[in-house]
Design a protein around this ligand. Structure first.
Ligand SMILES: [Ca+2]
Ligand SMILES: [Ca+2]
Length: 278
């Protein structure tokens, strides 16, 4: 019995220093926020529906919860170049992250028939006059114009393979953490299990649609709404293609709800995403 107690005590004493010196867990969550033609849309659904020529503003947001900084030094943002034309790339110069991160660059590279931005963000302890504490802010906004045919799918994402960790020490995304206990100590972890990166929300898919554009002029106007109302009232008949396009809310029928939906899109009251996703 005595031997068991001694053995147990020995194990506890052996484990104790590990517990005491355990690294804190630093967590950083990345997500995209999306506006279509200036109106914010939910990124919760599988696709965000867009029309050819729509203007898409996509912001990368970084969130940390406690009094530390955890952010990228370098990351890669991929986008489907076939369906997205990049217009602008803008840093959030009002953010606290920016104040910490005075050295940066961004440039566009080609990889695997797609395009990606390689974004360098290099905070150094010398550049940081104060630890930014918890963050929840936009790092940058990219603007794109959608182009493509019906049902083409475009994607923007932070590539998981770009994460640098113990399993993938050559990945492109690095992390720097600075503890904040009143003094910025500049302690930095390049990779390690104690750093948790959640990239699951840093992915967005766009599906190109022409729902409601029954006269196929590339935009939804009151003429489309009128035509859809005429179809639903039996005043005129849709051809095969119009039968699909006129069903704006995608419920398999053409009726006055579709005419109303087209009118709401034409006047900017609702987006196609509001209508399809309820
Ligand atoms: Ca039209
Ligand atoms: Ca319908």
């Amino acid at each position: 019995m005595k031997r068991i107690i001694v053995a147990t005590l020995a194990i506890v004493l052996a484990v104790l220093p590990i517990i005491v010196t355990a690294q804190p867990r630093y967590e950083a969550n990345f997500s995209f926020k999306v506006s279509v033609n200036g109106k914010e849309v939910s990124t919760e659904n599988e696709h965000i529906y867009v029309y050819n020529s729509d203007v898409l503003d996509v912001s990368l947001n970084l969130k940390t919860n406690d009094d530390y900084y955890a952010g990228p030094l370098c990351t890669e943002i991929f986008f489907s170049e076939d369906y997205l034309t990049n217009n602008t790339f803008t840093w959030n110069t009002n953010g606290r992250f920016y104040k910490c991160c005075k050295t940066y660059s961004n440039y566009l590279l080609q990889k695997n028939n797609g395009a990606y931005f390689k974004v360098d963000m290099i905070p150094t302890s010398a550049d940081c006059s104060q630890a930014p504490n918890s963050l929840n802010e936009s790092l940058l906004t990219m603007q794109f114009t959608a182009k493509g045919k019906r049902d083409d799918i475009a994607q923007i994402n932070l590539d998981k393979n770009s994460v640098r960790n113990a399993d993938n020490p050559f990945g492109a995304m690095y992390l720097a953490c600075y503890t904040d206990n009143g003094n910025l100590n500049g302690e930095r972890y390049d990779f390690g299990d104690e750093i948790i990166l959640d990239l699951s929300k840093a992915k967005v898919k766009f599906k190109i649609t022409d729902a409601g554009d029954v006269n196929q002029d590339g935009r939804i106007s009151s003429s489309d709404a009128l035509k859809i109302v005429q179809f639903s009232a039996g005043i005129s008949s849709p051809d095969q293609q119009q039968k699909i396009i006129a069903d704006v809310n995608s419920n398999g029928k053409i009726n006055s709800s579709d005419g109303l939906a087209a009118m709401q899109i034409a006047t900017g009251m609702r987006t196609i995403n509001d209508i399809i996703n309820g």
